[in-house]
Ligand binder design. Structure first.
Ligand SMILES: Nc1nc2c(ncn2[C@@H]2O[C@H](COP(=O)(O)OP(=O)(O)OP(=O)(O)O)[C@@H](O)[C@H]2O)c(=O)[nH]1
Ligand SMILES: [Mg+2]
Length: 317
């Protein structure tokens, strides 16, 4: 496939086209992903998450500079959680990262679920593969980190950085159950503001509780001011140190295998669903079935089991 060669050469238009083909769930998607597969597995994927306005994009902007200083290629996927409030954020990301707009070693892509058939998760995992095959050394995923889809997306990362800022104790409480547990590294950003030290202690305390008071088990907590560019290079370096640690310990391979497991399961499930729904004429029949269940004429499990038996007799299953 000619497109694959262009992607491998790092051609911007080919990369953009491939991502769109995958995102829109086109017929080419399967072939494209399989053709990319042998050339993937080399890039590090770093998830940057945290509440709105925590300074994620400002941090990412710094990372871009550090990567470029070291001659590395970096791609950024800014995930729009499709809420009506996020339109401005994407624009903000674009503007802030415009300093790198003419640099071929930097690719910034916004990912919105609205209007895309394949959904945000498929789009993001596809984009990661395209960037990886195109020779980008590092791929950053920026998300706000709330909701099912966003957790799904951030789990595509090899390492997750959670960015928090002083003066948002409530948000931390709210996040405690979810994203706090999967973060590999914490950042207290805006350390130029009051309350940064206190926030660090609060996070430490919360993590200690969660780890059964085992200090060894808690992830590092870094402080920085992305705006003033202090602490940012130390943070950047510690991310890669941690990634190397994950690689040596086998954790990185494990995480990637779990991702592959999910991918295979997902492909099977969607293929099966496709077969099943076609044979059942789902689109035409579903409304009738809803009515019958609603009117208590049939029972959901009995009905579905009967249908499955019919399909078995027809050797569909
Ligand atoms: N005081 C201070 N402000 C900062 C710092 N880092 C970022 N900001 C400001 O915080 C605001 C939000 O920064 P962004 O980088 O857009 O934050 P974000 O987390 O990407 O925001 P969303 O993508 O909308 O969720 C901007 O006005 C930044 O200039 C910092 O270290 N200190
Ligand atoms: Mg942002």
């Amino acid at each position: 496939m000619e497109l694959i060669e262009k992607i491998q050469l790092g051609q911007i238009r080919a990369i953009a086209k491939a991502i769109t083909l995958i995102e829109n769930n086109t017929e080419e998607k399967e072939k494209l992903i399989d053709a990319l597969h042998p050339f993937t597995g080399n890039a590090y994927v770093i998830g940057v998450t945290g509440p709105p306005g925590a300074g994620k994009s400002t941090i990412v902007d710094r990372f871009i500079q550090f990567e470029r200083d070291r001659g590395k290629k970096i791609a950024v996927i800014a995930v729009d959680p499709s809420s009506p409030f996020s339109g401005g954020a994407i624009l903000g990301d674009r503007l802030r990262m415009q300093t790198h707009a003419t640099d071929r070693g930097v690719f910034i892509r916004s990912m919105a679920s609205r209007g895309h058939l394949g959904g945000i998760s498929t789009g993001t995992s596809g984009a990661i593969k395209v960037f990886d095959a195109a020779g980008f050394d590092t791929i950053i995923l920026e998300t706000i980190g709330v909701g099912q889809t966003e957790v799904e997306v951030i789990e595509m990362a090899d390492l997750i950085l959670l960015t928090l800022v002083p003066g948002m104790g409530d948000e931390i409480q709210a996040m405690k159950a979810g994203i706090m547990e999967i973060a590999d590294l914490f950042l207290v950003n805006k350390s130029d503001l009051d309350g940064a030290d206190r926030l660090k202690s609060e996070i430490e305390y919360m993590l200690m509780l969660g780890s059964g008071m085992n200090e060894e088990a808690i992830p590092p907590i870094k402080m920085a001011s992305a705006k003033n560019n202090t602490g940012t290079e130390e943070l950047y370096i510690s991310i890669f140190e941690r990634l190397n640690l994950f690689k040596e310990s086998g954790l990185l391979a494990n995480r990637r295998k779990i991702r592959i497991q999910k991918e295979i399961e997902h492909i099977f499930a969607s293929k099966l669903k496709e077969i099943l729904y076609t044979r059942l004429n789902m689109k035409e029949n579903i409304n009738l079935w809803i009515e019958r269940v609603y009117n208590r004429e049939i029972r959901p499990y009995t009905f579905v089991n009967e249908k499955m038996m019919e399909l078995k007799k027809e050797n569909v299953l």
